[in-house]
Design a binder for this molecule. Structure first.
Ligand code: ADP
Length: 192
């Protein structure tokens, strides 16, 4: 079973994806994590996308589709894929459908995590503050300016996917403001 988690930055996609990995032996494919790993390891692609990510803009479809393709083909035995932060554009959504059909699979469920924008901003700014308080370094894009750009990118480029997957009949909407466990339960119900 392959699942897409859809929702704005800070909606809790990563947290819920990790839970599905633990509970169901699924494989989490987070393009944000892949791009951050590319930056850390200093690859040419990592250097190319760094400034774009820090501004909160989307990197090119070509780059993220390439990353997803590699991971889809490399994965061994598992309980299915969870796409977290991908697709983020209609072109990415089309490409994902094609890539999955190449390996004889499909998107089974799309879970939209619905949240309130004021809460999002608080969560993300809070997440950065907590990381710094714990002696870590906050993500370079967890600041108010970049967050505004990320939210705008979500509404302009990603939110049309809600309609796209609704029309395909794959969409389930879950209240992303509930507690972590309640959100996990709603997702479990939605994919049962
Ligand atoms: P968040 O959901 O908190 O915004 P992510 O970790 O998913 O964070 O993404 C961080 C950044 O990585 C994005 O702002 C964007 O620059 C880049 N990125 C991640 N996934 C994609 C994607 N599918 N398409 C384009 N850019 C992406």
């Amino acid at each position: 079973m392959n699942i897409i988690l859809l929702g704005p930055p800070g909606a809790g996609k990563g947290t819920q994806a990790r839970k599905l990995v633990d509970d169901r032996n699924m494989v989490q494919l987070s393009t944000g994590d892949m791009l951050r790993a590319a930056r850390t390891s200093g690859t040419e692609m990592g250097r190319k996308v760094a400034a774009v990510m820090d501004r909160g803009e989307l990197v090119t479809d070509e780059i993220v589709i390439g990353l997803i393709r590699e991971q889809l083909l490399a994965a061994g035995d598992h309980g299915g894929f969870i796409f977290d932060g991908f697709p983020r554009t209609l072109a990415q959504a089309d490409a994902l459908g094609e890539l999955l059909s190449e390996i004889g699979a499909r998107v089974d469920h799309v879970i939209e995590l619905e949240v309130n924008d004021d809460v999002l901003v608080e969560r993300i700014i809070g997440r950065a503050a907590e990381t710094v308080a714990a002696g870590g370094q906050a993500r370079a894009d967890d600041n108010e300016e970049s967050l505004k750009t990320r939210l705008m990118a979500y509404y302009k480029q990603t939110s049309p996917l809600v309609g796209y997957y609704y029309a395909k009949g794959d969409l389930k909407t879950v209240d992303g403001l509930a507690s972590m466990d309640d959100v996990a339960q709603s997702i479990a119900d939605a994919i049962a």
